[in-house]
Design a protein around this ligand. Structure first.
Ligand code: PLP
Length: 433
């Protein structure tokens, strides 16, 4: 039990640099957050040593009495965090990530080559919701299933429920997936349920991005209408990197659904659960159930609104004009800029953002916007006034990107922008633009 710094100073050094980057920079990536020390301690615990294929009280390995206790507690906390009645909902807490949770859910719900519909990637959907391009089926969800994307309406950039209904009528999907990676508005789950029921399809919500806000009851509740709900645990939920699959227990063939989901996770898609991660999920869910988390979720949304309003007040265009959740989609095309340019300039300023497609982009390879999220900054206790300052930095980054584009000089870029004069003491970074 020698410490990391002694055994492997090279890795310790990388961790130290990344710690410094995370704490001195401004983290605006919508899918990231800063998890608690308690969660990280559970994640880095001795539980990583244990194999426990199977489910509590039905394992393929001995020595699992404490691991069983852990998994049962984690399940209980997951249901509590989302206010779910254990008689009506069950949960599998073993998925290693959001992508594996989604693939396991598809494996549980439909057969190979069955049809599914998900929001198209260029409109904000996720790869695992059936994404493919004209050239290639590059995701397992499009290789093993037949998928058809639905979209957003060009006028409003809101989900086109009417279009989805008429596509579904012809395509006859066995599964409709809702949820997104880059959609700043809330979902109409009642309408989606109507469409899915009409075609005899399952309805699954992937709430990876918004699960923390849903747990805090700040957004519409997908559990009222969906058969299966998946989520990552590391975005607005502020836990470790992992996934969860919730399934209904009050359907006609409920026992069958529970077995299908559990069998799909193991042995269909995964091996032994990562027990250290399950402990960390449990710790973060305990925190989600506390009143402070509700306050946090409210502030995440208030901050995202403030960020959107501040950018609009600087004269910029947002997709859908604003936000209901934690993210803002900023359309840079009216300025003649690409998302990658601004992402690069922001990187040099210690502001972390990501380029993102905005609806109507000519090419998915050259996204015309950026996606911003307020979860991580809110975890650092930032409030509306702080966010206005951040919006000012972003404004300057865009103005600088425009100038650099005009000057067309990458040397100029390096000369103009330097994130940090790292002070000898305290390693304080100074933003100089
Ligand atoms: N689902 C959605 C909506 C996501 O946005 C993401 C990731 O960003 C995932 C699933 C996949 O999660 P993971 O990266 O943990 O596999």
């Amino acid at each position: 039990y020698q410490p990391l710094a002694e055994i492997d100073p090279e890795i310790q050094n990388i961790i130290d640099k990344e710690t410094w980057r995370q704490f001195t920079g401004l983290e605006l990536i919508a899918s990231e957050n800063l998890t608690s020390l308690a969660t990280m301690q559970a994640n880095g615990s001795i539980l990583t040593n244990k194999y426990s294929e199977g489910l509590p009280n039905a394992r393929y390995y001995g020595g699992n009495e404490y691991i069983d206790e852990l998994e049962i507690l984690c399940r209980k906390r997951a249901l509590q965090a989302f206010n779910l009645d254990p008689a009506k909902w069950g949960v599998n807490v073993q998925p290693y990530s959001g992508s594996t949770a989604n693939f396991a859910a598809l494996t549980a719900l439909i057969q190979p080559n069955d049809r599914l519909m998900g929001l198209g990637l260029p409109d904000g959907g996720h790869l695992t919701h059936g994404y493919y391009t004209a050239k290639k089926k590059m995701t397992a969800s499009s290789i093993y299933f037949q998928s058809l994307p639905y979209g957003i309406t060009p006028e409003t950039n809101l989900i086109d429920y009417v279009g989805l209904a008429s596509q579904a009528k012809i395509f006859k999907p066995r599964l409709v997936i809702c949820g997104a990676s880059a959609y700043p508005r809330d979902w109409d789950y009642a309408e989606l349920k109507k469409i899915a029921t009409k075609e005899g399809a399952w309805l699954m919500a992937d709430i990876a991005h918004t699960s923390g806000l849903i747990a805090a009851q700040e957004l519409h509740n997908p559990f009222e209408y969906c058969d299966v709900v998946t989520t990552t645990t590391h975005k607005t939920l502020r836990g470790p990197r992992a996934g969860l699959i919730f399934f209904r227990k009050d359907l006609q063939d409920a026992a069958d659904l529970e077995k299908r989901v559990n069998d799909a996770v193991f042995p269909a898609c995964q091996g032994g659960p990562h027990n250290n991660t399950i402990a960390a999920i449990a710790t973060s869910l305990l925190q989600v159930s506390q009143p402070e988390f509700k306050q946090y979720a409210k502030q995440v949304i208030a901050n995202a609104r403030t960020l959107g309003e501040a950018l609009v007040s600087h004269g910029y265009k947002l997709q859908t004009g604003g936000t209901d959740n934690h993210l803002v989609l900023w359309d840079l095309r009216p300025l003649g800029l690409t998302g990658s340019k601004v992402e690069k300039v922001c990187d040099l300023m210690g502001i972390t953002i990501n380029k993102n497609a905005v609806s109507g982009d000519a090419s998915a390879q050259v996204p015309g916007g950026i996606r911003l999220g307020t979860s991580a900054l809110t975890s650092r206790n930032m409030q509306e006034e702080d966010i206005k300052v951040v919006a000012g930095f972003l404004h300057r980054a865009v103005q600088l990107s425009l100038l650099l584009q005009k000057e067309a000089g990458s040397k100029l870029l390096k000369d103009f922008v330097r994130v940090a004069t790292v002070a000898e003491e305290g390693k304080q970074g100074h933003l100089q633009v």
